[in-house]
Ligand binder design. Structure first.
Ligand SMILES: Nc1ncnc2c1ncn2[C@@H]1O[C@H](COP(=O)(O)OP(=O)(O)O)[C@@H](O)[C@H]1O
Ligand SMILES: [Mg+2]
Length: 507
């Protein structure tokens, strides 16, 4: 990307990485760039503000007017980090801009080759300062930059966002803001925080862009590059785990060569996960069940997955029963990769309602003509106390082919998923999840976790905590335990053993 500057004619050249350019080009109202420390996020945001300033449609006088609110959690960080980064890249020099310290505002002004003038005010405000917050909440600005947004409280962010898209206005001699809204940059937030929720299930007018991890576990590095890493990229933690710097991660070439290796050698595993590997911070309440085997960038597809429509590759529906039925829809591909295509969750409904109002419509809409079978919770074979039918009877009545998972032991079910996660097919993950499976993915990222005892320790008796992620994960385990190995043959054999009703209408 090239930025024009008319004062001394020297162009400022900034090369956006693929993640940064998606962030910049997204037309979402709120855009969020998350990634490792040192990933160049803050610098990218400075450039994006300059770009937005130049993008503003000129008014009648040929001026491109913008006003940006730049917020950081503390005055100290604002001064020592945010302002420093801005001044580093866009020094408010004579003929280009000035820093008005008492107003904590940068005033930029420069001409473009089309003879228009860019006039942009950058107002820096700290959120630990009552007067600053009060002031910010009365501003009328074009857009805001929330620097290190994970430190910000949700209501403050929401209130500030409402101050955007208010400048310029017709009374300032032109139209409205050409590019309004917010840009946010951050290190990865903690699990189950407001920011994690926004990132995991973004509102429709938000876009979330996560940079690649700065370091990879040794085996993943070798997997990716097909060779042993050079010595200078490796580092081992105090616990003896080796990580390797990914030379293709964002901004690595602009950092000192030992920047990330020193961090690996110094930091605790939790910090390495958050600050270098772009994982959500762990909550104190429990260890993620798939902590060692699940890797977001390996197991979550970047693009939507395509269902294979063939008799030989039936759709497997893992189904958890109870009062919160949940289902995952997956398929073994011809190359032996398991792809999870979609998920369904529910709250407080019986299996019959779930079948009629959710599962059947979902199949008809998304998978017409695809043969399928269900792998239900084995508890579904138990008759209920109030009537003669067991939940599986309803599945049979609805015409489903059924495969009974051979075990309901938690450890074995989890092992089946772990095995799939660890598998490689043609050098790529043997288990991939469609990005639309938000609850499942959030669970994999840590929401599905082991329960701990009162002292916060894991014990041998630990079971996964029952929470909003456990049902979809139970469903995923039933799928994994039957889809694994010689799957389609086994499924057909099993389907023959268990008498099932006619599946016509679902094929
Ligand atoms: N495009 C670039 N060219 C040269 N140096 C860069 C570039 N982007 C970032 N840097 C430098 O890399 C370091 C980290 O960048 P920064 O934006 O602060 O990272 P983050 O906000 O992701 O932690 C800074 O010293 C910054 O000046
Ligand atoms: Mg930063």
């Amino acid at each position: 990307m090239r930025l024009e500057r008319a004062d001394d004619g020297a162009p400022i050249v900034f090369q956006a990485t693929p993640t940064m350019s998606q962030f910049m080009q997204s037309d979402a109202y709120v855009r969020l760039l998350a990634g490792p420390v040192g990933g160049g996020k803050s610098v990218a945001c400075c450039h994006e503000l300059v770009r937005m300033a130049q993008m503003q449609t000129p008014n009648r006088r040929g001026e491109r007017l913008t006003r940006f609110l730049i917020v950081r959690n503390t005055a100290d960080q604002l001064r020592s980090t945010t302002l420093k980064t801005i001044k580093d890249w866009f020094p408010p020099a004579e003929g280009f801009g000035r820093w008005a310290a008492t107003e904590r505002t940068l005033y930029y002004q420069f001409g473009l080759s089309d003879k228009t003038i860019v006039k942009s005010e950058w107002m820096l405000r700290a959120l630990d300062d009552e007067a600053d917050i009060a002031n910010a909440l009365s501003l009328e600005v074009t857009a805001m930059w929330a620097n290190e947004c994970r430190e910000m409280l949700a209501p403050v962010f929401a209130a500030l966002l409402k101050r955007t898209n208010r400048y310029p206005s017709p009374k300032s001699g032109g139209g409205f803001a050409t590019r309004a809204g917010a840009i946010c940059d951050t290190n990865m937030p903690g699990m189950e925080t407001y920011w994690e929720t926004q990132m995991s299930a973004p509102p429709s007018n938000w876009s979330v862009h996560v940079q690649p991890p700065a370091v990879l576990p040794l085996a993943d590095w070798i997997d990716r590059y097909g060779e042993d890493p050079p010595e200078e990229l490796r580092a081992t933690t105090t616990a003896g785990v080796t990580f390797v710097v990914d030379p293709n991660a964002d901004n690595v070439s602009n950092l000192a060569p030992s920047y990330y290796t020193d961090a690996v050698k110094t930091d605790k595993q939790d910090d390495i996960d958050v600050y270098l590997r772009c994982r959500f911070g762990r909550t104190l309440s429990g260890l993620p069940v798939y902590d060692q085997t699940f890797h977001f960038d390996k197991h979550v597809a970047k693009e939507p997955l395509q269902v294979i429509r063939s008799e030989n590759y039936p759709l497997c529906i893992g189904l958890d029963l109870g009062r919160t039925p949940a289902a995952v829809f997956g398929q073994m591909t011809p190359r032996g990769r398991v792809q999870i295509l979609s998920e369904l969750t529910s709250e407080n409904m019986g299996i019959q309602t779930f079948l009629m109002t959710k599962l059947k419509p979902h199949l008809a809409e998304k998978y017409p003509g695809v043969p399928c079978y269900v792998a239900p919770d084995p508890a579904g074979w138990q008759k209920s106390q109030v009537n003669e039918k067991c939940p599986v009877d309803y599945l049979k009545l609805a015409g489903f082919r059924i495969v009974r998972p051979p075990t309901n032991k938690t450890k074995l079910r989890i092992e089946a998923v772990d095995t799939l996660l660890a598998r490689s097919v043609d050098g790529e993950a043997g288990f991939v999840i469609d990005p639309s499976c938000r609850t499942l993915i959030k669970g994999f990222r840590g929401g599905y976790k082991w329960s701990v005892n009162k002292r916060g320790d894991l014990t041998n008796e630990s079971e996964p905590t029952k929470n909003q992620f456990s049902h979809i994960h139970d469903a995923c385990q039933y799928l994994s335990i039957v889809i694994d190995g010689d799957h389609s043959g086994a499924a057909r054999r099993a389907a023959r053993v268990i008498q099932v009703a006619n599946a016509r209408g679902w094929r």
